[in-house]
Design a protein around this ligand. Sequence first.
Ligand SMILES: [Zn+2]
Length: 114
Amino acid sequence: MTSSNNNWVCFSCKYHKREPKIRKSTPHCIYCKRELYCLGYKIPVPKKHKVKEWEALACCMYWTDIENLEEEQKSRVESKHRIEREIKELIYEKKDTKENRKRLKKLKNELENL
Ligand SMILES: [Zn+2]
């Protein structure tokens, strides 16, 4: 097993294949044709007949995805607040200089792209 390949799985068909980490597109299941889920390279793939292990893995990945989404959202909100604070400081507490105007423009862009 090399770290340059990830395990890609289909939880429905219990199909798995190893593919490189960096790909142009997501690989598909050869049975149901749906996109495969990337497990990474550290998580072992259960044997096809170990149904309970597949179910536990699917459940674990589901909660991991939810946690990651929540973290992402939390981080986005924190960034938004940080940028808003900095904009407020620039507008109310700092001098109107060319540098500050540039910084303000950059911050407003960052805020729009969050
Ligand atoms: Zn499938």
